[in-house]
Design a binder for this molecule. Sequence first.
Ligand code: UDP
Length: 371
Amino acid sequence: MKTDYLIVGAGFFGAVMAERISRVLKKKVLILEKRPHIGGNCYSERDQQTGIEFHKYGTHIFHTNSKKVYDYLGQFTEFNSYYHQVLTTHQGKVYQMPINLETINSFYEVNLKPFEVEDFLKKEKAKETYDNPKNLEEKAISLVGRPLYEAFIKGYTKKQWQKDPKDLPASIINRLPIRSNYDESYFNNGRYQGIPLEGYTAIFEKMLDHPLIEVRNNSDYFALREQIEVKEKTIYSGPLDRYFNYKLGRLEWRSVRFEKKIEAYPDYQGTSVMNYADVEEPFTRIHEPRHLHPERSYPKEQTLLFYEYSQENPEEPYYPVGTEKNHELKKAYQELAQKEDNVLFGGRLGTYAYYDMDQVIGQALAAFESL
Ligand code: UDP
């Protein structure tokens, strides 16, 4: 087999590269994808029983502040008006997440004004101060104090990462804004956001629909690499450590699994994602995908739910685990990667980085420009 470019993985990194290389450089691209479908972890499909579109690997909300990324994706889809909000259940009561003024007022049964929040939390934070927070627990306590940390962050984080928050880096919590107003938006970088009108898979189908692109599903790069002659470059978006056959050791990945349930209600939880903050519930969140498409008229007799559980499964890597040890190992693998002739590494798995979709698309557009 001969190709100009070989791309490993048909997620956003691979798909953007394939789209650009075929259309702009007019070169031949072969994509090898291990899974039976394209789209990586953004893959979406319609549930057979209910007709509701869902994201097989967990709810994915496109959000970005980058006009460049938004305009690029806009060539392949329109977005609906979905705006992401998350709620969390603690001790049987529902609160807003990320922690905002409503969460604080409701949790402490007070009625603070925004300008009173800082002083109120200061008293709480004075009980336990960390000038230089070393881990997720210390960072979270220094932001909101221990009671809010224990209610909304500790249990969820333990379930999600299956690690004590003391053993996790402070940086993870930076993903989560803390607000002293009633802003309920989940994302700080959500200037452009929504769900693609026809789902994510339709975007990938359009991006990869080109005579110079061939996609092979159910195809393992490591089983086929010897048979392929690559004229220009290999673009690899699989797990970084797997590429080197784990020779420096294994990077740690956190995986999740989903349990599907159908309930005979038109609406089960009133929102697309409900987090469960307490360790008593073994799942981290319940997804109800019908809420992702408010513009569609879905059947009212039943609704589709997915219970999300964190798990260990190196075959299905989702999240890089940002501990010091993994960081060092990643750096060592990156040094090897730089020495690899004519191979470009990218994407969440290929760079072992906790990237969102828009960051991966931005990374691929920049990588293409550097080609
Ligand atoms: N987090 C939390 N409580 C929540 C939601 C998030 O403590 O209700 C923390 C948790 O440590 C999590 C991190 O914030 O790993 C980032 O959450 P995010 O929703 O960004 O994770 P993702 O959507 O990528 O799974």
